[in-house]
Every structure is written in C-alpha cells, then in structure tokens.
Design a protein around this ligand. Sequence first.
Ligand SMILES: NC(=O)c1ccc[n+]([C@@H]2O[C@H](COP(=O)([O-])OP(=O)(O)OC[C@H]3O[C@@H](n4cnc5c(N)ncnc54)[C@H](OP(=O)(O)O)[C@@H]3O)[C@@H](O)[C@H]2O)c1
Length: 255
Amino acid sequence: MSADSNGRPFSGQVAIVTGAGSGIGRATAVAFARAGAHVLGVGRREGPLKETASAHEGIDILAMDICGDGAPATVVSTAVERWGRLDHLINNAGATAVMPLEETDKQTVVDLLSLNVVAPSLLAHEALPHLRRTSGTIINLSSTYGHRPMAGGAHYAATKAAVEQMTRSWALELAGEGIRVNCVAPGPTRTDVMLHAGLSSEAANDMYAYERDRIPTHHIASAEEMAYWVLRMADPAGRHATGQVITVDGGLELI
Ligand SMILES: NC(=O)c1ccc[n+]([C@@H]2O[C@H](COP(=O)([O-])OP(=O)(O)OC[C@H]3O[C@@H](n4cnc5c(N)ncnc54)[C@H](OP(=O)(O)O)[C@@H]3O)[C@@H](O)[C@H]2O)c1
C-alpha cells in the first residue's frame, strides 16, 4: 500500500496499539492516526483512552485488561470486525517494578511476565492470520534495560530481554511470509510509568534527573520521540528491516 495524496503512509491501514491511554502508547496512537491509519487503542481505564481518542477521529478505543482470559482474541477481533483487516500490532502496554532481589516476591514477578511477555505473545498469536493477509508488522516495546543489566530491576529487565528475543525469533519465523517483526527499545522517557510502578512524583523526578546526567545527550525523551521510531519501524517503505531492536536512548546503552 502506498501513501495517499496527502502523503500519509498508513492510509487505509489498521493498527492496534496497547497501552494507548498514556505515554508512548497515546503518542503512537495519535501518530498512526495522523499518518492515515485506523487505530484501536487498548488499555484498562476508559477515561484516559477517551482522552487519547479525542485527539484524532481515526482512533477508536477498547477498555480491556490484556492479561485477562480471552482478552487477546477479543482485542484482535474487535479491530478486524470494525475495519476488516489488521496491518500493525503495537505491543506497547507494559510495566516496570523496582524490586531488588532482597524484596523479590512471586506476585510481582508473575504480574511483570503476564503483562510484558505473555500478553504480547498471545496478541501476536491472535493477530497472525490477519497479518499474513496484509504482510503486516509487529512492533514490540523493549527498553535499554532489555539488553543492559538493571540493578534493582532484574525482572523488568528480564521481561524486556524476552521481548527482544521474541522479536528476533518471530522475525525469522515469519520473514518468508512477508510479516516483519521489530522492536523499539526506549531509554528513560518522560511518562507516568514510574508513577504507575508506585513511585512518588518526587522519586520519579529524582530518577529522571539521575538518568539525565548519565545519558550522553543529557536529554530525557518525550513520548512523541518514541512514537516517531515506532512508526518508522512499521512504515511500509522500510520493508527490508526485520528482527531489529532499535534503541532510542540518547546513547545510554553505549556507556
Ligand atoms: N517511559 C520510559 O522511560 C520507558 C523506558 C523504556 C521502556 N518503556 C516501555 O514503553 C512502554 C510504554 O510505557 P510508558 O512509559 O508509556 O508507560 P505508561 O504511561 O505507564 O503506559 C503503560 C500503558 O499500559 C497500559 N496497561 C498497563 N497494564 C495493562 C493491562 N493489563 N491491560 C491493558 N493495558 C495495560 C496502561 O493503561 P491502564 O493502566 O489504563 O491499563 C498504560 O496506558 C512499556 O512497555 C514500557 O516498559 C518505557
């Protein structure tokens, strides 16, 4: 499919964006819609999703816990029933946890795996027959800490390492069918992710200040800067790239 007369590369295409009620997911949903796509934005809370949808008429929403039984099938069928096709699955919903080994507890490990690894796997599984028809793409969200160690965040880092290996393995498995699988690995990005992990605003601000000092460019990214790369990896014009993890972190992974 080529760009329409307004130069919108995703015109007529359909994208599912999980975690679309905030942060990187919201910015990605809006960017896809502006680039011509129909977008199904998914998250648990309806209020934030409605705010995302109010940014562009191309965004519809589905309030759902993607870890729930049967949820991945419902997410995919909702998009396909609404628009008749699926071109892009953006596995963006995710969570982090500050959890040193001394404080490690089973439920936190299980919850991280369920949201960051199991749900994207089952969403990709459900999306597969539809992506075969459109030569579609899967974009997974990892982190700099998917390939760097993270003291105090081993299980978050482990889930993102899993995401990166799923990306490469699925890419190899599906390349012959024309489906591309890529990954965007953000560095510290200004969103509410740390608040959602239970940190106070003050603690989150301290963390961002610490990271800004360490990042070679001394810049904390915006959600829109991440959405830019998600769209680039999904863009039909970039069809020769698959199985790649593009790290967008101002050089943090280099130190
Ligand atoms: N911000 C960073 O510094 C950073 C760095 C590296 C990687 N990342 C990754 O980037 C992705 C987006 O993060 P973000 O920073 O934009 O964080 P965020 O603002 O906390 O967004 C996460 C989104 O996921 C949704 N979500 C959480 N649990 C869900 C569930 N069970 N079912 C459906 N939706 C669920 C949340 O909405 P509800 O609560 O309404 O469900 C929320 O909108 C994540 O995968 C994260 O690990 C972020």
